[in-house]
Structures are given as C-alpha cells and as structure tokens.
Design a protein around this ligand. Structure first.
Ligand code: CTP
Length: 219
C-alpha cells in the first residue's frame, strides 16, 4: 500500500476532557473528537497500530488495529499517555484538553445557597509539553493549535515549547472549520515549512496530515 505505516505504532489523543466540579457537573469544551478519530482510522488504514486515548465522545473506533483507552479528565489522559508513549513511533495530540480544572472537586453536589459561586481553577498538566521533554530523536510528534490572531508566529512558539515536529493549525477565521463542523481548514506549520490546505471533510484532512507525516518520515 502507498504511504504504508506498517510496523509503526501511533499514539493519539482525542476528544475533550471533563474536569469535575462536583459529582454532577464538570468543565468541558465542544470538542467532538472527530478529527482525532478520523486520524486514528486513517493511520490504521495505512497499516499502523494505533493507541487512541480518548476523552468522552459519542464516537467508536471501527478498525481492529485501533485500541481505545477511554479517559475523562486531563490527569487520566496524561496517565494513560505516559504508559504508551515510549513504545510509540508517532505521537499525535489531537485532544482538546481543558487548560484548567477545579482546584477541588466537591464530593457532594453543590447547593445553590449563595447568590454568587466562585470556583477556583488550577492549570492542568500540558500533556504534549510534558511528553515533549522525553521525546527521542526517532520519535515524531504532531500537535494541534487553534489561533485567532498572529497564527503563524503563535504556532511556531508552540512548536518549540512542546517540542513538536509539526503543528496543525486550525483557523477560526474560516467558516466551516473547527469544532462542531464536519469540515476543517488547516495549515501545517513546521520549523522550516508552512503548508496550506483548502477546506475539506475531516476524513480528507486526516489523510493530508497522514501523508505529510509519511513524507517527513521518509525524507
Ligand atoms: N495540549 C495537551 N495538554 C494540554 C493542553 C494542550 O496535550 N493540557 C495539546 C493539544 O492536544 C494540542 C496542543 O497541545 O495538540 C494545543 O496547545 P494549546 O497550548 O492548548 O493551544 P491552544 O488550544 O491553541 O490554546 P492557547 O493558545 O490558549 O494556549
């Protein structure tokens, strides 16, 4: 098969994370996980063994070469990823990890007793950045970014900060791109290259990303 990933192991994060406030409430985001699941399917179709660490989604991975680990919070996602990272050749961080979590999750449902409620938030672990510190020269990593301004520059900073080889930039300026859409318009930023793609279905976007990763691994 063309662009074969046969013998390669891919570790992917996908979906949102939910950070509990109390037993019935959480902080989350609108990520559906579609982009991550499309990437998992695409890598698997090209012969890779895929470990998909997924936050809460309605999606199911169909390919037998995809093994799913379901998690809820960023901390759980990090723990799962840590166990799988060393063994993987390619890391793809497609999850929309919540940047903050409540400092304490109440063990009983919060009552609406006061007119105001303040929830103290603390930063979550940056999974991509933490993993970036232990990346070997033979491993390749891909991250995602969502920028509204200074897109290229901000993406370059993220590339370095998280020790990524490639960053897939979603622009919110483009109609039909990003959360809750079937389509996406991406720009792939690397240290020495910027590649622009047109608006397309997320399955085709996944194929574009997989193709470029393959090219870089075979350069
Ligand atoms: N990421 C992660 N762990 C986090 C936050 C982000 O692994 N706690 C990964 C995402 O999966 C994605 C990339 O890092 O690949 C996104 O980085 P982030 O700094 O969160 O970028 P934005 O979402 O664009 O947000 P911001 O610019 O507000 O930092």
């Amino acid at each position: 098969m063309e662009n074969s990933f046969s013998g390669k192991k891919v570790l992917l994060t996908a979906g949102p994370t939910y950070e509990p406030i109390d037993p019935v409430r959480f902080i989350g985001n609108h990520s559906t996980g579609k982009m991550g699941y499309a990437l998992a399917a695409c890598f698997a179709a090209h012969g890779a063994q895929v470990q998909l660490v997924s936050g809460p989604t309605n999606l199911a991975a169909q390919h037998p070469a995809i093994q799913v680990t379901s998690v809820t919070t960023a901390d759980e996602m990090y723990e799962a990823v840590k166990l799988l990272a060393e063994d993987a050749d390619i890391w793809v961080f497609a999850a929309a990890v919540a940047d903050y979590k409540p400092k304490v999750a109440a063990d009983k449902k919060l009552k609406k007793s006061d007119a105001e409620l303040t929830i103290e938030l603390v930063k979550n672990v940056d999974i991509a950045a933490a993993l970036g510190k232990q990346k070997r020269a033979d491993q390749f990593s891909v991250g995602f970014a969502l920028e509204t301004d200074n897109e290229g520059e901000n993406a370059k900073v993220k590339l370095q900060k998280k020790n990524l080889d490639m960053i897939v930039l979603n622009s919110l300026r483009d109609a039909g791109a990003g959360f809750r859409h079937e389509t996406n318009k991406i720009t792939i930023i690397e240290q020495e290259a910027t590649t622009l793609f047109s608006l397309k279905h997320k399955d085709e976007v996944a194929q574009d990303i997989v193709n470029l990763v393959w090219e870089r691994l075979h350069a």
